[in-house]
Design a protein around this ligand. Structure first.
Ligand SMILES: [Zn+2]
Length: 155
């Protein structure tokens, strides 16, 4: 069975399932409901600006994606740091029996819904290339209304 992860569109709130991307993969794709672009990273769908991703320069795209990922990581690290008392860290570092108590910033609870595919996991974690974005715009964008198109390719 293909491992799925449920994500919530940050633009319209629609819930959908995507195939669990490989660890570290950054996946970009359209929401099948509102057609805005999202970036799926570590089980979360983050909002992307379609105008920048489709029409921006490589530098603008890079800055925009980094900004979105940075905001996400900022929040996660903040949560982790807030639950990290000096005593707890000291205990984990010194006590091998405390390994099970490693501090973890757990993702939000997942809810299951109708299967829907927002985007494909990439075969590797490499950055999306300019050519791939152009290919996406040319061949995939006209089909974003048809979610079976994505399913057919990536199932
Ligand atoms: Zn949406």
């Amino acid at each position: 069975m293909i491992p799925l992860v449920e994500v919530i569109c940050p633009h319209c709130g629609a819930r959908g399932e995507v195939m669990l991307p490989l660890l570290g993969a950054i996946v970009i794709g359209p929401c099948p409901n509102c057609h805005e672009l999202v970036c799926v990273f570590c089980g979360r769908a983050l909002p992307l600006r379609k105008d920048i991703i489709l029409e921006g320069t490589p530098t603008e795209k890079r800055e925009h994606i980094l900004q979105v990922l940075r905001k996400f990581l900022d929040e996660r690290v903040d949560e982790l740091v807030h639950q990290m008392t000096h005593e707890e860290v000291e205990q984990i570092v010194n006590d091998a029996d405390a390994r099970d108590e490693l501090l973890m910033d757990e993702p939000d609870e997942l809810f299951l819904d109708e299967p829907r595919v927002l985007a494909s996991p990439r075969a590797n974690g490499d950055a999306i290339t300019q050519a791939e974005v152009e290919d996406f715009v040319k061949s995939d964008l006209p089909h974003i209304d048809n979610r079976h198109y994505f399913k057919a390719i990536f199932d």
